[in-house]
Each structure stands twice: as C-alpha cells, then as structure tokens.
Design a protein around this ligand. Structure first.
Ligand SMILES: CC(C)(COP(=O)(O)OP(=O)(O)OC[C@H]1O[C@@H](n2cnc3c(N)ncnc32)[C@H](O)[C@@H]1OP(=O)(O)O)[C@@H](O)C(=O)NCCC(=O)NCCS
Length: 184
C-alpha cells in the first residue's frame, strides 16, 4: 500500500480529502451515511447499515483491503468514496465504486476530488475495470461519472419503484485500457 496508508492526517480544511487515519472517524462517517440514506433518492438502500457494519468496512480501508477516502470538514466526515476490489474468482480485474457527499456540501468540488483520489489509488492495485450502478434520475452523479470517463453499459428499465416513481438502474464502467484483447 505504500504511503497511501497515511495514518496521521490532519482534519482541518473543509475539502481536506484523505484516507481514514483511524477508527475515530467511524461515528461521523455513520452519521454521513444516515443523512444520505434518509434522502431516499440516491442510494439503493433505504435503511443505513448498522454502526458495526460501518466500523467493519472502515477497518477494511484502514487495513488497506479496499480504497476509501473521506472528505472532512474539520473532524466531520462530509463525503466518502470507496472502490472495492471484486473477490469472486474470474473477476480479479474488476472493482466497484461508491460515492456520497452530504447534501450541505454538494457542488463544491468535493465529489470530484474524492473520485480523483479513489480512482488513482484503485489503478495502483492493478484492476482494469471500475464499475458502478446509479439510478437514471441521478443526473448529478451520472454527469460526474461521465466527466471521469465512465460510459453507460446498459440499464434495467423501471428497476425501482419508490415513493410513487419508477427509476432505471444504469450500469456504468471505466476501463483502464479500452483495447483489451478478449479470450474467445
Ligand atoms: C453525486 C455527488 C457525489 C456529486 O458530488 P459533488 O461534491 O456535488 O460533485 P462536484 O461538486 O465535484 O461536481 C462535479 C460534477 O458533477 C456534476 N454535478 C454535480 N452536482 C450536479 C447537479 N446538481 N446537477 C448536475 N450536475 C451535477 C457536474 O458535472 C459537476 O461539475 P461542474 O460543477 O463543473 O458542473 C453528490 O451529488 C452526492 O453525494 N449525491 C448523493 C449521493 C449519490 O448520488 N451518490 C451516488 C450514488 S450512485
């Protein structure tokens, strides 16, 4: 992991983007997840994960098993981006991306900074494909992903029905090499 595992970052600047230095940020991260989940629009889950689960996947980041970066306002987690390597046999080249920014902190460049850090770190692990799923109504996220080179691979039409509205599930991916030879 080299120096990506910085363990003594300071949390002083609004858009200070850093990997979690320690488990001390778990409660704040949990609150950020709860806030975004409660909006009911952007994430597939409608209930937050347990605090224990949040601690567990924060430990995965601290241990270097996944790439996760936090955006911090002093010691408050206001955004997060993670890229998780696939574990299944046959998918060693693949990883999946998730991102969120607290609604009070959107449109300030934080999402872009998180994406840049997380994608850079993920490529260091040597995957060739980063994939994600996003709801078709989520124009902000789709725009952000396109800016980073993600392309739409397909969509499940009317995949979700919530609060009286259908939404598509859009599949997007970013390939490090666009001309990979495939086995036939
Ligand atoms: C998607 C999200 C992470 C973007 O984070 P952000 O910090 O607001 O993004 P940035 O300020 O870096 O904006 C980067 C680009 O994203 C796009 N974007 C962001 N907000 C947008 C909006 N409201 N409408 C249209 N495009 C938008 C724009 O292309 C923008 O570039 P620009 O400012 O030069 O126009 C944030 O809106 C969010 O957390 N949403 C809720 C959770 C979520 O949707 N997660 C993704 C689930 S798949």
């Amino acid at each position: 992991m080299g120096n990506r595992m910085t363990r003594n970052a300071s949390y002083t600047t609004l858009t200070d983007v850093t990997q979690p230095a320690s488990i001390e940020l778990v409660d704040s991260f949990y609150e950020c997840i709860r806030a975004v989940v409660s909006e009911r629009k952007y994430l597939a889950r409608l209930e937050p994960p347990s605090r224990d689960a949040v601690e567990s996947f924060t430990r995965d980041a601290v241990a270097g098993r996944i790439d996760r970066f936090f955006a911090l306002d002093k010691a408050r987690v206001v955004g997060s981006c993670d890229i998780i390597p696939a574990e299944r046999e046959g998918f060693p080249h693949s990883a999946s991306l998730g991102i969120m920014v607290h609604r009070e902190y959107r449109r300030m460049g934080i999402g872009s900074r998180l994406m840049k850090k997380a994608i850079g770190a993920a490529w260091d692990r040597d995957p060739t494909r980063i994939e994600l799923e996003v709801f078709g109504s989520n124009a902000a996220a789709i725009d952000l992903y396109r800016k980073f080179g993600f392309v739409e691979e397909g969509r499940k039409l009317q995949a979700r029905f919530i609060d009286g509205v259908f939404d598509d599930n859009v599949f997007m991916a970013l390939l490090r090499q666009h001309n990979l030879r495939t086995q036939t």
